[in-house]
Design a protein around this ligand. Structure first.
Ligand SMILES: *[C@@H]1O[C@H](CO)[C@@H](O)[C@H](O)[C@H]1NC(C)=O
Ligand SMILES: *[C@@H]1O[C@H](CO)[C@@H](O)[C@H](O)[C@H]1NC(C)=O
Ligand SMILES: *[C@@H]1O[C@H](CO)[C@@H](O)[C@H](O)[C@H]1NC(C)=O
Ligand SMILES: *[C@@H]1O[C@H](CO)[C@@H](O)[C@H](O)[C@H]1NC(C)=O
Ligand SMILES: *[C@@H]1O[C@H](CO)[C@@H](O)[C@H](O)[C@H]1NC(C)=O
Ligand SMILES: *[C@@H]1O[C@H](CO)[C@@H](O)[C@H](O)[C@H]1NC(C)=O
Ligand SMILES: *[C@@H]1O[C@H](CO)[C@@H](O)[C@H](O)[C@H]1NC(C)=O
Ligand SMILES: *[C@@H]1O[C@H](CO)[C@@H](O)[C@H](O)[C@H]1NC(C)=O
Length: 789
């Protein structure tokens, strides 16, 4: 009922407008020649230099080229008014085309843009060939088939604007433009959702409530709700059966002599504009979605925040941050100092060169990785300073929410006593003159004196106790030192030198092959007399020069001794032959354990134990040895299973090639586990191992290979699938039927995803990984919006 009524109403109301438009046309006198274009026939063409557009019958709208900077875009625009207004643009994200381009409705019914050098771009993509095209007086550009049916229309492919008569159907979206002068896709969207809600979000976010900043509150009102726009400026939602379920604007605006458009602005606000043809000849705002210009989420980019200044949104960077790109808030803010690596030590926390800066009444995306109940702001500051992962915190009503960068959707909001605390680099102490920071000036003199006295007292006390304790600690100090030196010395553990003949006997002339790796073939052997089973690896492409270097390296490898590393027992240098003798691992490799079709993979707890074992081994290689060893080829095939998991083949990257600290020329490691910096010829650091570990951790979680084309396409690449599942809150899918504690599973997935971020400096150290796996360090969210290659 309601729908029909409003339709009749529209037609009745539209008539005077049309009459008026025809009048405008008649008066302007430009019509006679242009009317023939109201039905555009096949073979017609446009070019920016000559006939640049096809006007609508009344001449108020036109379709064709419009100028943008030095070039031209193709679109629909209001050509009959003084202030040319673009309402639709084809291929809005493509750069403008030069003047020697032509737009052609080809004789075989395609609408294409031909560049001077013969390139062809399709403007519309109907399923059948067009027979004619036309531009209507409501601003719609249509293609029709021979029987006159519409096969494509610009109204059905909206950009940032709706016009009266146009409808936004369920599933469709409007996207803002970058700016008033740049029609490319900007950073906000308006979506007519299938759940009945009309919602605004920033671009590249899931359609979920935390990201929305405007909603019609009509969810659950049918799966086919549409946004409709009448000639009098009335915008409303119709449900499947044609009932008006919500008025967005009240409508009933003057019809005579007015044009309307509904646009999502580059600032994220929705506005209904009217254009009074008779009077002041400019667009005026009839309605807007909000008065608070800081509402649109993401306006100020990462680590920026929005503050209202006299009703206008003003973007600023958080303390300690600067704009990444001058004049471009979309790119956000970055730290204006270099963040040190984590300073947390097992035996006490060093807060490093950081202080906390505070901003009052601040809000940002509430996505903490940890929430603490704390009494006051100072305790919250302290908690953040002492946590390596914490980069900022929000303190509200006894709750301290710790977060990692980047911080999104920051804004000043005067509701509620919130303090934002941001970790910033402390001014270096050797700086001359006063620090520029205003906060320090606020420190009161009396507090200063008291603290100085306390400090002096403290130093004296410390000195005294130091002297007393020194003697007692000497013994322990020696013990720790000798433990560290185990890594370097200890003749007893040095690998033994074998002759080739000896190893031939040990392996029964290389009879039983255990496996083949990147560096050589492995054979099973038995040392006579001791009944000790060993694995003998025959290296086949030894690169490093000379026998002496080989011996030196082998000594280094032989001296690394850890529960989670496969022991090197001996070696052999004989002419061109190079062999290594390892302890034998009875249970094969982790690859066999995880990917075997015959055997059930180990249960969750056991798998997490394996992951921790491996992390411990890598941590030892990276941080506890006399000279750091980067493995370069961490993968399940190189993890051998005995009572626990042990890493094999460590040190071989160094043995097989030049100095690790230099840039490698060739890629080492195994496809799929290789960090992106290998491909970019960047120096390889320990973080490359962290990447490989991350990939493997996901495999351990899911008991599948990182790439498996036997699976459905969206699951084939594990890291993408894991990320999808994580972002959609469906981590359970990753383990199938297995019953796993959701929080534990989520943490493990987060650690994995964090390890595989592209930027090596953003990956956690393996030490952090280990602490997180063990549960003694909170797991932050993985960095969002990582570009995927
Ligand atoms: C078309 O115009 C562009 C820019 O003005 C120019 O670079 C290009 O050479 C021209 N192409 C031809 C074939 O004239
Ligand atoms: C334009 O084409 C439409 C549909 O084919 C037709 O109804 C209309 O009469 C045509 N108008 C003119 C002026 O030829
Ligand atoms: C549409 O809205 C009307 C009025 O609220 C309601 O009676 C009807 O059931 C709705 N239709 C659907 C499909 O939800
Ligand atoms: C949705 O609504 C539109 C117009 O109201 C109608 O043409 C279309 O058939 C509807 N689709 C479904 C699935 O109900
Ligand atoms: C919407 O506004 C119209 C008048 O423009 C009014 O008749 C109608 O009742 C309103 N509908 C709702 C759902 O508010
Ligand atoms: C244009 O005129 C209308 C009606 O007279 C008025 O409401 C509007 O504010 C004016 N706009 C401007 C920009 O002067
Ligand atoms: C970083 O920004 C803060 C203000 O937010 C400023 O006090 C500090 O001097 C800046 N540091 C550098 C190195 O520019
Ligand atoms: C601003 O930065 C964003 C994100 O880095 C980029 O996509 C956009 O092109 C930049 N805009 C301008 C005008 O440079």
């Amino acid at each position: 009922m309601n729908g029909k009524q409003s339709l009749r109403f529209n037609i009745a109301m539209a008539t005077p407008t049309l009459c008026f438009l025809l009048l405008v046309l008649f008066v302007s006198g430009a019509g006679a020649q242009q009317i023939k274009y109201s039905n555009i026939s096949l073979g017609s063409s446009l070019s920016p230099a000559t006939y640049s557009s096809w006007p609508s019958p009344s001449g108020i709208y036109a379709f064709g080229f419009y100028q943008l900077g030095q070039g031209y875009e193709v679109g629909v625009f209001l050509s009959g008014i003084q202030q040319r207004t673009i309402v639709w643009t084809a291929h809005r994200d493509d750069p403008p085309v030069p003047e020697n381009t032509t737009l052609l409705l080809t004789t075989d019914g395609r609408l294409v843009l031909n560049s001077a050098d013969g390139g062809e771009t399709s403007i519309a993509d109907p399923i059948e060939s067009a027979f004619s095209a036309s531009v209507t007086d409501s601003g719609n550009f249509l293609l029709r088939n021979p029987s006159g049916d519409i096969i494509w229309e610009s109204f059905n492919n909206p950009t940032d604007t709706l016009l009266p008569g146009q409808r936004l159907s369920a599933g469709q979206e409007l996207f803002s433009s970058i700016s008033a002068t740049n029609p490319s896709t900007g950073i906000f969207r308006l979506k007519m959702q299938h759940d009945g809600n009309l919602i605004q979000y920033p671009v590249q976010t899931p359609d979920t409530a935390p990201y929305s900043y405007f909603t019609s509150w009509t969810d659950g009102r049918g799966d086919n709700v549409s946004l409709n726009f009448d000639q009098d400026g009335h915008l409303y939602l119709l449900n499947t059966t044609g009932f008006n379920i919500r008025n967005i604007t009240t409508g009933g605006y003057p019809l005579e002599d007015s044009l309307y458009r509904f646009t999502i602005g580059s600032d994220g606000l929705l506005r209904l504009y009217s254009y009074d043809l008779k009077q002041n000849n400019s667009w005026s705002v009839r309605w807007s979605s909000t008065n608070d210009k800081c509402d649109p989420k993401g306006l100020c980019g990462f680590n920026g925040f929005c503050d209202l200044d006299n009703q206008e949104a003003e973007c600023r960077c958080l303390p300690g941050f600067d704009l990444v790109q001058r004049g471009n808030w979309t790119a956000g803010c970055g730290r204006n100092f270099t963040a040190d690596d984590c300073k947390s030590e097992q035996d006490g926390i060093i807060t490093g060169n950081y202080v906390m800066e505070s901003v009052d009444s601040m809000q940002w995306e509430d996505d903490p990785y940890s929430v603490l109940e704390l009494a006051n702001k100072e305790a919250c500051e302290k908690a953040c300073l002492e946590d390596c992962n914490c980069e900022a915190a929000l303190f509200t009503a006894g709750k301290c929410s710790k977060q990692r960068l980047p911080l999104r959707y920051g804004r000043i909001a005067s509701n509620g006593p919130t303090s934002a605390l941001i970790k910033v680099g402390a001014p270096s102490t050797d700086e001359n003159g006063p620090t520029p920071r205003e906060k320090t000036k606020e420190v009161r003199m009396d507090i200063l004196i008291v603290s100085m006295l306390l400090a002096c007292f403290g130093i004296i006390l410390l000195a005294l106790s130091g002297i007393i304790i020194h003697r007692n600690r000497l013994w322990e100090y020696r013990r720790i030192r000798s433990k560290v030196e185990n890594c370097g010395f200890g003749e007893l553990m040095a690998p033994r030198c074998f002759t080739l003949a000896e190893l031939k006997t040990v392996t029964d002339n290389f009879k039983e092959e255990l496996g083949r790796g990147a560096f050589g073939t492995v054979y099973k052997g038995m040392i006579w007399g001791s009944d000790k089973v060993v694995a003998v690896k025959r290296l086949d492409k030894y690169l490093a020069e000379g026998e002496k270097e080989f011996r030196t390296e082998v000594e280094v490898i032989g001296r690394t001794h850890h529960r989670n590393l496969v022991r090197l027992l001996g070696y052999c240098v004989d002419g061109p032959h190079r062999l290594l003798v390892y302890e034998y691992m009875s249970n094969g490799s982790l690859a066999g354990v995880l990917f075997s079709r015959e055997k059930q993979p180990p249960p969750w707890n056991e798998r997490m134990g394996i992951a921790q074992d491996i992390a411990r081994g890598i941590h030892y290689l990276h941080e506890e040895c006399e000279s750091q060893i980067i493995h370069c080829d961490i993968k399940p095939q190189n993890i051998l299973m005995d009572k626990g998991a042990k890493i094999s083949d460590f040190g071989l990257a160094k043995l097989m090639g030049p100095d690790q600290t230099k840039t490698f020329t060739g890629i080492r490691g195994t496809r799929g586990y290789v960090a992106p910096e290998w491909h970019q010829k960047q120096p390889i650091t320990a973080k490359a191992d962290v990447y490989s570990f991350g990939v493997m951790l996901l495999e351990i979680i899911c008991c599948r290979k990182n790439v498996d084309w036997n699976l459905p396409e969206k699951e084939a690449i594990l890291e993408e699938w894991a990320r999808d599942c994580f972002e959609n809150g469906e981590v359970q899918k990753l383990v199938g039927d297995e019953v796993v504690d959701k929080r534990e599973l989520e943490s493990a997935v987060k650690i994995g995803l964090w390890c595989i971020v592209d930027d090596p400096t953003l990956r956690p150290s393996v030490k952090k990984v280990l602490l997180m796996l063990e549960g003694s360090l909170d797991v932050p969210i993985p960095l969002p919006l990582q570009p995927f290659l």
